[in-house]
Design a protein around this ligand. Structure first.
Ligand code: FES
Length: 317
């Protein structure tokens, strides 16, 4: 049985290019095997592929978008509100949503993945944040009026199932640095499901999502790096009652949160920001490959339980 779930399975973008080359993440028949041994219980991907003339369905489009608003948070950090179609804004209103954007150039290798901070369906806008650190983000900084946007994509976090399933419980969100961009959509979903949310923010560092958080989120701040991280987390009240945690930050921060859950609430669900290097977002280039046991998976396409990642590393496809 294939244990992995594809984030695009069952959407309007499935089956994708991977089906055409015998690399579908879910369907064993499309992988060239002789038996159906998938764990997919919705519309059969193989049948959809055959009905579509044995080729991939709709692909994700690149569109030229106006920048409706731009805010410089501090040196080199920007929040940009982008005008998109309402359909695109609706598609990007889920935890883990992200897009590829680039400044005004035809060269698609300037595409950079950016988490969606907020989505306004009625207004037809999405907001994203970036820090100018290299040529891709420098070009974005120099394109103040319009940019190219490709999407929608959804695998910006691992542990989607845990986010969606927790109800009427105490939840902890831990974040720091630019990864906080993915936090508001997760908190929005947790609150919609009747949960109570405590947000722990790393200090020192920027905190640019405060304007995107509802008033009923309890915000605490403290250092999360190095030896101070554990002490900061131990100061949290009612640790044993936490039913779910989301870590949006560095991999050492994920380890800190995982160890905290093991100590105080081992049954709690966990989701983490997907920190692997994304280049194409389509499962093609291999830059995001992760080794899990004897399997290599493309983390831009595949969902897995972050607690089960025992070993990882980039490998060539
Ligand atoms: S980003 Fe290209 S395969 Fe995942």
């Amino acid at each position: 049985m294939n244990p992995f779930e594809c984030i695009d399975a069952g959407t309007e973008f499935c089956p994708c290019y991977l089906a055409e080359v015998g690399e579908c993440t879910v369907c064993t028949l499309l992988q060239g095997k002789e038996v159906c041994a998938c764990n997919w219980s919705k519309v059969c991907i193989y049948q959809r592929y055959l009905r579509n003339g044995s080729k991939a369905v709709k692909r994700k489009q690149t569109v030229l978008c106006d920048i409706a608003d731009s805010q410089r948070i501090e040196d080199g950090i920007y929040l940009k509100k982008i005008a998109v179609s309402r359909a695109m804004a609706r598609s990007l209103n889920h935890p883990g949503s992200y897009v590829f954007v680039r400044g005004l150039t035809e060269r698609s290798f300037f595409d950079a993945p950016m988490a969606i901070v907020a989505s306004d369906i009625m207004e037809g806008t999405v907001t994203l944040a970036f820090h100018v650190t290299g040529p891709k983000t420098r070009l974005l900084e120099r394109s103040p009026l319009r940019l190219f946007l490709r999407g929608p994509y959804w695998n910006g976090l691992q542990g989607n199932r845990a986010v969606e399933s927790v109800r009427d419980a105490r939840c902890l969100v831990v974040t720091g640095g630019m990864s906080q961009a993915s936090v508001p959509l997760v908190i929005k979903r947790l609150l919609a499901h009747g949960n109570k949310v405590t947000l722990l923010v790393n200090t020192p560092g920027p905190f640019f999502i405060s304007g995107y958080l509802p008033d009923d989120v309890i915000v605490r701040k403290g250092p999360l790096h190095g030896s101070q991280g554990q002490a900061t987390m131990e100061q949290l009240p009612d640790k044993e009652s936490i039913a779910f945690a989301f870590s949006a930050g560095s991999t050492p921060q994920h380890d800190l949160v995982t160890a905290f859950l093991e100590r105080h609430c081992p049954g709690a669900g966990l989701a983490v920001s997907n920190n692997h290097t994304f280049c194409c977002g389509e499962g093609i280039c291999g830059s995001c490959m992760v080794t899990m046991g004897d399997k290599s998976v493309r983390s831009c396409k595949v969902q897995f339980d972050p607690k089960q990642v025992a070993e990882e590393g980039a490998v060539c496809p």
